[in-house]
Design a protein. Structure first.
Ligand code: SF4
Length: 286
């Protein structure tokens, strides 16, 4: 079996930054540290942080009783202004590890709203990044959707969630323009370059391989996107989060491709390649 691993694997820039800074902090400071929500959508990484001493709480209305003497970390996806205010009022220290790419998108949206644009975001309302965006800008001048609507606004700016796929975004704004008659329109691709590159690689690997494994969180939006892209080309695409999920599966084939989401740790990938070497005498290609 020959195994080709995508070039862009492991943590993306934003996750790497958040993960490393969190670990540095845990090592040099013994003040109790909390994380509001999960740092990333990957249970292995979250468990690893818990093992290093991080404490997680998910409900802003149920703060830890020792918050006044503790630190709290804001995760890579960001949070709403109201959540930020509550954390600042109740914790000794707030460490903001929102990915700068996400923060830049929020700043862009605020700027365009001030210039009088109504914002349409191609994304999922429930995704933490979208919740954070909506809760950080003028909520009366933004719509987060994947559906096409007839708008009453004439001055509109269309942007995208950072993790959506470029083809769907293009289809979305093309249809939006056909359905509406805007007098002033801005379309800005705010898809993160890290996820776009992985998308391109996913297509190449899915075309090359007999079978594809996508390694990443089951609730990670960018991992699910890679799974969908790969499946469209290669129906023998398997999404796993942990190596244990492979134990009863027969992966025998000549060419196996591997992709990972942006919150998949490199050590999990290593575990996978070792497993393939041991069980299938796999040759990992450069
Ligand atoms: S995928 Fe992009 S925007 Fe999201 S955390 Fe990673 S680098 Fe930041």
């Amino acid at each position: 079996m020959k195994v080709k691993v995508a070039e862009k694997v492991g943590f993306c820039y934003g996750v790497n930054r958040a993960y490393n800074k969190t670990n540095e902090m845990l090592k040099k400071d013994n003040k109790k540290t909390y994380l509001f929500g999960e740092l990333v959508h990957n249970k292995i990484v979250v468990q690893n942080l818990k093992n290093s001493g991080i404490n997680i709480f998910k409900d802003i209305n149920k703060l830890p009783t020792d918050s006044k003497t503790s630190k709290v970390i804001i995760r890579a996806h960001g949070i709403t202004l109201e959540e930020r205010r509550i954390l600042e009022d109740n914790f000794d220290e707030v460490i903001d590890l929102t990915c700068p790419i996400v923060s830049n998108m929020t700043s862009f949206v605020i700027k365009k709203q001030k210039e009088g644009y109504f914002i349409v975001v191609y994304g999922s309302k429930q995704h933490p990044e979208m919740r954070a965006l909506k809760g950080s800008v003028d909520q009366s001048k933004i719509k987060i959707t994947k559906d096409i609507h007839k708008e009453n606004y004439k001055k509109v700016c269309i942007v995208s969630q950072t993790t959506v796929d470029i083809k769907s975004f293009k289809n979305f704004y093309t249809e939006y323009l056909k359905t509406n008659d805007f007098s002033d329109i801005i379309i800005k691709n705010t898809i993160c370059i890290e996820t776009s590159k992985r998308e391109i690689e996913a297509k190449k690997i899915a075309n090359w391989a007999d079978k594809v494994i996508v390694l990443g969180g089951k609730n990670s939006s960018n991992t699910k996107k890679l799974v969908n892209i790969s499946k469209t080309i290669n129906e023998k695409t398997l999404h796993i989060e942990e190596i244990e999920e492979l134990k009863n599966k027969d992966l025998s084939c000549e060419k196996l491709g591997i992709l990972t989401g942006t919150s998949t740790a490199i050590w999990t990938l290593k575990e996978l390649t070792e497993y393939l070497k041991n069980k299938y005498s796999a040759e990992i290609l450069d």
